[in-house]
Design a protein around this ligand. Structure first.
Ligand code: HEC
Ligand code: HEC
Ligand code: HEC
Ligand code: HEC
Ligand code: HEC
Length: 330
């Protein structure tokens, strides 16, 4: 009887000791990495020391990627879909040490594609173009950050287009066109189709008269992917208005370069590929003496023509035989 109690006490004692030691070890184990590493920075922390970058990013579509009305409305329309929302509020993309597929964050989704999405690394340091171990956020050189892949994980269609262009061959990345100011400084404004200067920089329109025809050529000469880029609902069209000598409209016509394409399984065929030219012949009315040609870009298909952005505009006079005058109309 007493022996049994002694054994029982021994067993219980050992178990208690084992649990105690176990807890101690577990505690140590949990504490060690924290002692060796700084605490992981939250997105909001970056504002304190990088106010200028923060300001640029705040005005970008990336900052709106979750909270934008259009995005929220489309999420409501499609219903909750983890896969759908992942690119709009992702966990840090470089956390796995490789460029991983976006995974939806469980907290802080409001900030959309934020500083931590692109910069946070697994070891609580930040991805940068060079090592700066002394800086508070401990930047570590991570070549993937400046690679087009860093954009391609989310901008999949445009990344595929880019890969087959001369820009990819020459090493001109997404960042090179979208994250540089005119003077070459890095900017996080990362503008796209709402940047009229960028829209104008990517294509060139040439119109010329030839007897009873008006020829229009639109060349994608400086875009690192199709023009228009990615969105299925962007619309690009050429409008030709013809006027007689008295200034009366005698003919008006539009030719669509790109209309709305299906949401899924989007085809790239309907755009102007990088380096290529779209051409169309328009018939001139006999009484036409002047023609105004405009290349119009619409963010959304339902916008009226007056809200379209005129990427290019050219006025041609028919008066002296085949001697087009180029210039900008009011
Ligand atoms: C307490 C201040 C502080 C905080 C917080 C902070 N940083 Fe920094 N960061 C710095 C300083 C200082 C440098 C070094 C700047 C230099 O030497 O040009 C730096 C450098 C960097 C660099 C490299 C810049 C270069 O010139 O190559 C990156 C990238 C960066 N920080 C990102 C972040 C991100 C992202 C966050 C938020 C997660 C963050 N930092 C939070 C102070 C901070
Ligand atoms: C693979 C990443 C990815 C997934 C998955 C994804 N999106 Fe997006 N979404 C993007 C990118 C990148 C853009 C910005 C493209 C652009 O503006 O050219 C975008 C833009 C948008 C916009 C803004 C369009 C505009 O013109 O402002 C809406 C709305 C949207 N997505 C809704 C959705 C919905 C709904 C789903 C699910 C059916 C979805 N997204 C799934 C990456 C993704
Ligand atoms: C969409 C991804 C993305 C987001 C979001 C982003 N960055 Fe960056 N950041 C980059 C890339 C890419 C570079 C390097 C660009 C290059 O070298 O071409 C960079 C460079 C930097 C640099 C060094 C260059 C400089 O301007 O001094 C700092 C600092 C920085 N980021 C901080 C931030 C902070 C702070 C935020 C949030 C306000 C942020 N980044 C959001 C991708 C991102
Ligand atoms: C985590 C996913 C993700 C990553 C990574 C990402 N983007 Fe985006 N990007 C988006 C989403 C989503 C939007 C659209 C947000 C909206 O319109 O509401 C967007 C918008 C844009 C726009 C504006 C498009 C427009 O129509 O105005 C540009 C330009 C852009 N991204 C370029 C880049 C570049 C360059 C990189 C790489 C440095 C990059 N993005 C990395 C998700 C991403
Ligand atoms: C040689 C310069 C250049 C390069 C390289 C480039 N872009 Fe663009 N990008 C442009 C121009 C110009 C536009 C405006 C015309 C358009 O929408 O196609 C644009 C537009 C965009 C848009 C807005 C498209 C839309 O429909 O709203 C996104 C998003 C974008 N680029 C992302 C990227 C990504 C991601 C890469 C790299 C894979 C990249 N770009 C490479 C010049 C470039």
């Amino acid at each position: 009887m007493t022996r049994r109690i002694v054994i029982l006490r021994l067993v219980l004692g050992c178990a208690a000791a084992a649990i105690f030691v176990g807890l101690l070890l577990a505690g140590r184990h949990g504490e060690n990495p924290r002692a060796a590493q700084p605490t992981r920075l939250a997105n909001q922390d970056c504002l304190r020391c990088h106010a200028q970058v923060w300001k640029e990013w705040s005005g970008s579509r990336h900052a709106e990627a979750w909270r934008s009305e259009v995005v929220q409305a489309s999420f409501r329309h499609f219903g909750f879909d983890r896969k759908c929302e992942s690119c709009h509020a992702p966990e840090p993309l470089l956390a796995a040490g490789i460029m991983s597929d976006p995974v939806l964050r469980s907290v802080g989704r409001e900030s959309g594609v934020d500083c931590t999405s692109c910069h946070a690394l697994a070891d609580a340091r930040v991805a940068a173009s060079r090592d700066l171990p002394e800086a508070p956020c401990r930047p570590r050189r991570e070549p993937l950050l400046a690679d087009s892949q860093a954009c391609g994980v989310c901008h999949a269609a445009i990344y595929r287009d880019w890969q087959s262009t001369r820009y990819a061959a020459e090493g001109k990345t997404c960042q090179g066109c979208h994250m540089r100011t005119a003077s070459g400084k890095i900017t996080h404004a990362c503008t796209g189709s709402r940047d009229t200067a960028l829209l104008r920089s990517g294509v060139r329109m040439r119109a010329r008269l030839e007897r009873d025809s008006l020829w229009v050529a639109v060349t994608n000469h400086r875009t690192g992917h199709n023009y228009p880029g990615e969105r299925h609902h962007r619309v690009l069209l050429v409008e030709v208005m013809q006027y007689d000598a008295a200034g009366e409209l005698v003919a008006g016509e539009q030719a669509q370069i790109k209309g709305v394409t299906p949401f899924r399984g989007e085809s790239s065929a309907e755009r102007i590929r990088s380096g290529q030219t779209w051409r169309r012949q328009f018939v001139l009315a006999p009484e036409a003496s002047r023609a105004r040609v405009r290349l119009l870009y619409k963010l959304f298909p339902w916008l009226p023509d007056r809200e379209a952005f005129a990427v290019a505009e050219q006025v041609l006079e028919r008066a002296s035989d085949e001697q087009p005058q180029t210039g900008t109309a009011p």
